[in-house]
Write a protein that binds this ligand. Structure first.
Ligand code: ZN
Length: 316
C-alpha cells in the first residue's frame, strides 16, 4: 500500500537561534540557541529519518538511492531540495550563496537558490534583501570599508510574506522572524558581515569576502509574484516556480481530493490540524509535521483546517 513518508527533523544550534522551535512547533531542541530545524533533508550535514511505515529508520538520502521509484526515477543521485524552519532570535549573518557552477568548482556541491515564507515576525522586523552598489568595484569598496548603512537594502516583513532569494542575492533574516525555507540541498554560505559578534568561545565567525564579491549579483533582486487559485475546500497559492523548485501555500478549509502531478511533493504543516487519507490509510497531520507524498501515492484527500507549504522539484 502506498504511504506518505513522515520525517523526523534534525535541529541545529546557532548563535542567533532561540527556543521558538520548541514553543511554537513542539520540537525537542538541544538548547535555547536552536536556530534551524532541517525538516526534509538528505544533505550529509543533517539527514531526516523516515519515522514510520515500511521504510522506518532509513535516512532520506539512502531511501532516495535505494527506492528511486518513490521519487519518479530521478536522473540525479542527490536529493535536490531541503526544507527548513528557522528561528531568528537575532540577526543571521549578512550572506550570499553561489550558483551551481561556482559551488561545484569551489565547494563540490550544489549552489543555493532559496526562498522564504514568513511564518511570524515581530513588530518592526526586517530582512536584508539585496544591496545598493551600482558596480562590482563599488560593492567591493563598500564591503571592505564596512559601509553597511549605505550598502544593504532593508525591507520590513510580516507573517505571510514571501521572498525569492536566488543564488547571488546578498541577504539576511532579521531578529524576531521565523521562516519556512525551501532551498536547493546545499550548505555553502559566504558570510559578508556578522555584526562583529563573538561566539560562546569569544571568537568571531569566519567571513568570506572575496568569494562574496565574486558571486554577488549587481542590481536589486526580483521577487516572485504569487498567484492564488480558489477551489472547493481549499486555496492554493503558487509562491514561486523556477528551474530549481515550485513552492505553494495550501490552505485547506474543509475537504479536498488531489492528484499527483509532480514526481513527488514535500509537505510541511505550518498551522492547524487535520487528516490525510491515502488509499485506506488515515494519517493525523498537525502543525510541525513534515512528510513527502511519493510518486507511488497517486491521489489523496486532505481534511482541514490545515495550512501547508508544499514544494516539488523544478523543471530544468
Ligand atoms: Zn541564505
Amino acid at each position: 500500500m502506498a504511504q506518505p513518508l513522515f520525517l523526523k527533523p534534525v535541529m541545529h544550534e546557532k548563535i542567533w537561534g532561540g527556543n521558538r522551535l520548541a514553543q511554537e512547533y513542539g520540537y525537542a531542541i538541544p538548547s535555547d540557541h536552536t536556530g534551524e530545524c532541517w525538516a526534509i533533508s538528505a544533505h550529509p550535514n543533517g539527514v531526516s529519518v523516515i519515522k514510520s511505515g515500511p521504510y522506518k529508520g532509513l535516512g532520506l538520502d539512502d531511501l532516495y538511492q535505494k527506492q528511486p521509484e518513490l521519487f519518479g526515477n530521478p536522473s540525479t543521485d542527490v536529493f535536490p531540495l531541503l526544507t527548513k524552519i528557522l528561528d531568528a532570535n537575532d540577526w543571521l549573518s549578512v550572506q550570499v550563496h553561489p550558483d551551481d557552477t561556482y559551488a561545484m568548482i569551489h565547494e563540490g556541491e550544489l549552489g543555493k537558490t532559496e526562498c522564504w515564507y514568513i511564518l511570524s515576525a515581530e513588530e518592526g522586523a526586517e530582512i536584508i534583501y539585496g544591496h545598493q552598489a551600482k558596480s562590482r568595484e563599488a560593492l567591493a569598496d563598500m564591503i571592505r570599508s564596512g559601509d553597511w548603512e549605505h550598502l544593504l537594502t532593508r525591507v520590513p516583513v510580516k507573517a505571510g510574506d514571501f521572498y525569492f532569494v536566488p543564488s547571488g542575492t546578498i541577504h539576511a533574516i532579521g531578529k524576531g522572524i521565523m521562516i519556512l525555507e525551501t532551498q536547493q540541498s546545499s550548505d555553502t554560505t559566504y558570510r559578508v558581515y556578522d555584526f562583529d559578534r563573538k561566539d560562546a568561545d569569544g571568537n568571531l565567525r569566519e567571513l568570506h569576502l572575496s568569494q562574496s564579491i565574486d558571486v554577488a549579483h549587481i542590481g536589486q533582486p526580483q521577487n516572485s509574484t504569487p498567484v492564488t487559485l480558489k477551489i472547493d475546500g481549499m486555496t492554493s497559492t503558487l509562491l514561486v516556480s523556477n528551474a530549481f523548485f515550485a513552492v505553494y501555500h495550501w490552505k485547506v478549509t474543509r475537504s479536498v481530493t488531489m492528484q499527483q502531478t509532480a514526481p513527488y511533493l514535500l509537505v510541511s504543516v505550518i498551522d492547524g490540524q487535520g487528516h490525510l487519507t491515502v488509499d485506506n490509510g488515515v494519517f493525523c497531520i498537525r502543525k510541525g509535521d513534515h512528510f513527502i507524498l511519493p510518486n507511488t501515492v497517486r491521489n489523496w484527500r486532505f481534511d482541514g483546517p490545515v495550512e501547508m507549504i508544499v514544494s516539488h522539484v523544478g523543471e530544468r
